[in-house]
Design a binder for this molecule. Structure first.
Ligand SMILES: Nc1ncnc2c1ncn2[C@@H]1O[C@H](COP(=O)(O)OP(=O)(O)OP(=O)(O)O)[C@@H](O)[C@H]1O
Ligand SMILES: [Mg+2]
Length: 224
């Protein structure tokens, strides 16, 4: 098993106070290596909250997140940073590209933290991926000079640049028109097959969900 969430509880606000808002309520999920999982559910049901917990961007109030047999709770801050940087790719609901950096700089940024500079292998891989998704020619432009679809594709490349084992994607086709959404869907599925990446994707798209191994529905704080 690559990732296991065991009896996760998570809410926002002060626990015990009247403004506490429980979101995830005893949720468990097991994802095998290489598996592709879709998560659907109404707006506000906690899908982004769940992905943030699975990717150690947020902590649960209780419950365990186990990655390759290790509980993330036991990781030091440095181990957590390394986990997020090298084993995990995250495609955010809003793509979160750095506006002051070019596309090329945005996709290479995650290669830097633990070695100061992108190496030759990273640069070749970035070039390969950018060509693969059709935005190589645009690599010296900034996000403000790119279309929504090009920004989303940049975010996909950035998420894959460190060859993660686990890719978490939060409505990656949400902001795209039908044609771009279809292209991105095809791209995510084929890249994850080629690279044997395990994927958890939050999506409302039937087309994307239909290509995954399992589809879960998040409602009332649990998956069904
Ligand atoms: N940082 C926060 N502080 C307080 N409440 C929050 C915070 N983040 C999310 N919430 C609340 O938690 C609930 C779940 O939010 P979340 O973003 O996980 O939903 P979602 O399923 O991803 O929704 P959407 O489909 O609209 O993206 C919502 O009611 C939201 O208002
Ligand atoms: Mg969300």
């Amino acid at each position: 098993m690559l990732l296991q969430l065991n009896k996760i509880f998570k809410g926002y606000g002060d626990k015990g106070s009247s403004n506490y808002h429980p979101v995830i309520k005893g949720l468990s999920l097991s994802v095998e290596e290489g598996e592709k999982v879709a998560i659907a559910g109404p707006s506000g049901s906690g899908k982004t909250t769940l992905l943030n917990i699975a990717g150690a961007l947020d902590k649960p109030d209780s419950g365990e997140v186990v990655f390759k047999g290790n509980e993330l709770q036991d990781y030091s801050p440095k181990q957590l940073a390394m986990f997020r940087n090298s084993e995990l790719g995250f495609i955010f609901q809003m793509h979160h590209l750095l506006p002051q950096c070019t596309l090329w700089e945005n996709v290479l940024l995650p290669t830097i933290p633990f070695k100061k500079k992108a190496n030759k292998v990273d640069i070749e891989w970035a070039g390969h991926l950018l060509k693969r998704v059709g935005i190589w020619e645009q690599r010296h432009r900034k996000p403000s000079e790119l279309s929504g679809g090009e920004c989303q594709r940049t975010a996909v490349v950035r998420a894959l640049i460190n060859r993660p084992q686990l890719l978490l994607a939060d409505e990656p086709t949400g902001a795209l028109d039908e044609e771009n959404a279809e292209n991105l869907t095809e791209l995510l599925i084929s890249l994850s097959n080629e690279e044997a990446v395990t994927m958890i994707v939050v999506t409302h798209s039937q087309a994307l969900a239909g290509k995954m191994d399992k589809v879960y529905y998040l409602k009332n704080g649990v998956l069904s």
